[in-house]
Design a protein around this ligand. Structure first.
Ligand code: PBG
Length: 324
């Protein structure tokens, strides 16, 4: 055989494979989502998301300490409020659970990157992401409320806000509100291409945020569309988004890659609850090797073009990558 090209040469040993590996995960790439609830001494496992919890603030601080020690990139905070109403007004209450948590986290860990999810669905009695009228989600009246939520988070110490509602014009509405109040250094990570996905099922159980009626198809994107995702991302960037996000991740790697090829901006991907639950369930049955499959998946998300990965495996992955 006169084969001179032998790609296998670069796969011979672990040393060579490490040398030529194109995509390497770092613990700083990961953002860990956390769910905070009122009360004290509460740490309740979310049944469909084993290893993730509803934590009262005292318990949350124990989680946060671990995250800081592990050196993970940051946290994304979600609140489980004790009070819901038609417009979701407890979302911007100064004494809301997220606002309390932000103050406490910043007091104890000022260096930790603190991101808050900005949405209304956990806070509205109907479970939709804004103000509802005759079954229709009103875009423009919702914007002012989202901006108030973002400002209340910034005042409480959030470094970055992440609007996940998919209303048109929310990024600029939030930016103007923050700037008027002199929070021009608070960044916006926009859930720009957020699809109306069945992969959010476990999260909605976790956050008690499933819509009571109807679905989110009039505001979240149709999974069949790709060009539309670019349009959403461009609009968000024009409105001053600092980071754009694709969500979910695994079934949307092509969208992540298009984002990477088209925009010079940091790109985040949300490795969502359904992606987590599927693998956890299969791993419990010993049908897959959790560690190997998760590291392969996270590497794929990064290879597709996301330098920031929001994942419920952040803590495990931070430990595992040392010996991948
Ligand atoms: C709130 C929100 C959702 C998620 C993040 N923010 C749920 C939804 O839009 O229904 C999903 C996160 C996950 O599934 O892990 N709008």
């Amino acid at each position: 055989m006169d084969l001179i090209h032998r790609p296998r040469r670069l796969r011979t040993t672990a040393g060579i494979r490490n040398l030529v590996r194109e995509t390497k995960l770092n613990k700083e790439d990961f953002i860990y989502p956390l769910f905070v609830i009122g009360g004290e001494g509460i740490k309740e496992e979310i049944p469909s998301m084993p290893g993730n919890y509803h934590c009262s603030l005292d318990q949350l601080m124990i989680e946060v300490e671990e995250i800081v020690k592990l050196g993970i990139g940051g946290i994304l905070l979600f609140g489980i409020p004790d009070h819901k109403d038609e417009i979701g007004s407890s979302a911007w209450s100064e004494d809301g659970i997220v606002q309390q948590a932000c103050r406490k986290i910043k007091e104890e860990y000022p260096e930790l990157l603190l991101i808050t999810d900005v949405c209304l669905c956990q806070y509205t009695s109907h479970g939709h992401c804004g103000t509802l009228e005759d079954g229709c989600l009103l875009n423009d009246p919702t914007l002012e409320n989202l901006a108030k939520v973002a400002l209340s988070h910034a005042k409480a110490g959030a470094d970055m806000v992440a609007p996940s509602d998919m209303m048109d014009g929310r990024v600029i509405a939030i930016r103007e509100k923050l700037d008027q109040a002199c929070y021009d250094d608070v960044a916006i990570m926009s859930y720009s291409a957020k699809y109306a996905s069945a992969f959010y099922g476990p999260f909605r159980d976790a956050a008690h945020s499933a819509p009571k009626q109807g679905d989110r198809k009039s505001y979240q994107m149709d999974p069949a569309n790709s060009d539309e995702a670019l349009r959403e991302m461009k609009l968000d960037l024009d409105e001053s988004a600092d980071i754009i996000m694709v969500k979910p991740a695994l079934a949307y790697l092509d969208i992540i890659r298009r984002a990477k090829d088209n925009f010079i901006t940091p790109i985040a991907a949300y490795n969502v609850s359904g992606e987590y639950a599927m693998i956890k369930a299969a791993a419990e049955k010993d049908w897959v090797n959790e560690k190997a499959i998760v590291l392969e998946m996270l590497t794929s998300i990064k290879r597709a073009g996301a330098e920031i990965i929001i994942t419920y495996w952040a803590k495990d992955a931070a430990k595992w990558i040392n010996d991948y």
